[in-house]
Design a protein around this ligand. Structure first.
Ligand code: FAD
Length: 293
C-alpha cells in the first residue's frame, strides 16, 4: 500500500480509527465487531495503542498483525520508549515488520508512575520520542507518526515549546502527527499555525473522541491532566443522568468539531473509538449528510 503521507496529500482528508488491545476474549469479540463495522467506511488507516509502560506489547503486535492480515485495512501500531532498552525496542519493531506493519506511531509514553510523576528514561533506552523516530526510521522502510498536544503537554513550558518539539520530531523523520483529543478547535489551529510558522510541513491530524459517558471526560483529565474546554464539559454535564442525552450531546459536539476542523483545512480526522463503533458511525453519518466526507 501507499504510505500514509501520500494518501494524506492526494485523497482529501484522511479518516482513521484508533483501537486498544483487548484484555479478554469477550473484549476481543467486541473489538472485531467494531473493526468489521468501521472497515465499511474505508478508512485511510486504523491504529492500535501500546499499553502504559509497554504492558500490552504482545497483544498490540498480535492484534495489529491480525487486522493487517485478515482485513482490507492499513494498520499503524503505536510504540513507546517507556521501560525498554534500545535492544528491546528494535525487537518490537522487528516483530511489527514481520507481521506486515509498515506504519508506527512513535511515542515516549508516560512515566511509569503516571503523567504527574517525573520522567526517567530506561538506562539503556531513549529519553524522547524524536530519538524513537530516528531509531524506527533507521530500522527499515517505515512511515512514522508522532503525538501532538494542542492543549500543551504537561511537561512543555509553552505552546511554542510544543511546536519546537513537533518540529524536532519532523526533522528526525516523522511524516505526520496525531493530536490528543480535541476539545477546543482554536487550540488545534493555534498549534498548527505555530508548526507552519517554523516552516515545518508536517500534517497534524486532530484526534477526536465521541464522548458517550460523563465519566469518560473525567478519566481523561485524571489520566493525562488535559484541560477540557469548559463549553464541552458544561454541555455534557447539563445532560446529567440521562445516558441517552449524554450520548446525543457527545455525538453532536464531535460532529461540530469535525465539521469545523475539516472546513479549517485539517488534513484528516482520527477517531478514538474505545473499541466501539456506533458513536463513530453516527458522527460519520452526520458528516456525510453535510457532504463533508
Ligand atoms: P515527547 O515528544 O518526548 O515529548 C514529551 C515532553 O518532552 C514534551 O513536553 C516535549 O515538549 C518535551 N520534549 C520532546 N522532545 C524533547 C527533547 N529532545 N529534549 C527535551 N525535551 C523534549 N501513550 C502510551 O503509553 N501508549 C500509546 O499507545 C499512546 N498513544 C498516544 C496517541 C496519541 C495520538 C497521543 C497524543 C498520545 C499517546 N500516548 C500514548 C501518550 C504519550 O505517550 C504521552 O503523552 C507522553 O507523555 C508524551 O509522548 P510524546 O511522544 O509526545 O513525547
Amino acid at each position: 500500500g501507499r504510505p500514509i503521507p501520500e494518501l494524506l496529500a492526494e485523497d482529501g482528508p484522511s479518516f482513521s480509527f484508533e483501537f486498544m488491545p483487548p484484555r479478554s476474549e469477550r473484549a476481543e469479540a467486541v473489538l472485531w465487531n467494531s473493526v468489521r463495522r468501521l472497515e465499511q467506511l474505508h478508512p485511510t488507516f486504523v491504529s492500535v495503542t501500546y499499553g502504559a509502560g509497554g504492558s500490552t506489547r504482545d497483544r498490540t503486535v498480535r492484534i495489529t498483525g491480525r487486522i493487517e492480515q485478515e482485513t482490507t485495512l492499513r494498520t499503524m501500531a503505536h510504540l513507546t520508549c517507556v521501560g525498554s532498552s534500545v535492544a528491546e525496542l528494535r525487537r518490537v519493531v522487528g516483530e511489527y515488520a514481520s507481521v506486515g506493519i509498515g506504519n508506527i506511531l512513535a511515542l515516549r509514553g508516560d512515566p511509569p508512575g503516571g503523567p504527574a510523576a517525573p520522567w526517567i528514561a530506561h538506562p539503556e533506552g531513549l529519553d524522547h520520542a524524536d530519538k524513537l523516530v530516528s531509531l524506527v526510521r533507521s530500522l527499515g522502510d517505515f512511515t512514522v507518526g508522532v503525538a501532538a498536544f494542542p492543549d500543551k503537554h504537561p511537561e512543555s513550558a509553552s505552546l511554542d515549546d510544543e511546536a519546537d518539539a513537533l518540529a524536532r520530531k519532523a526533522d528526525a523523520g516523522a511524516a505526520f502527527a496525531i493530536t490528543q483529543m480535541i476539545t477546543d478547535v482554536d487550540a488545534y489551529l493555534r498549534l498548527r499555525d505555530l508548526v507552519d510558522a517554523r516552516g515545518c510541513v508536517m500534517p497534524v491530524i486532530p484526534g477526536l473522541l465521541p464522548v458517550t459517558a460523563v465519566g469518560q471526560l473525567q478519566r481523561l483529565t485524571e489520566l493525562n491532566g488535559q484541560p477540557l474546554a469548559t463549553d464541552v464539559v458544561s454541555r455534557i454535564e447539563a445532560a446529567g443522568d440521562d445516558l441517552e442525552a449524554v450520548r446525543r450531546t457527545g455525538i453532536a459536539i464531535c460532529t461540530e468539531h469535525s465539521a469545523r476542523l475539516l472546513r479549517e483545512g485539517a488534513p484528516g480526522l482520527h477517531f478514538m473509538t474505545m473499541n466501539k463503533s456506533t458513536a463513530t458511525l453516527e458522527v460519520f453519518a452526520n458528516l456525510r449528510q453535510s457532504s463533508l466526507v
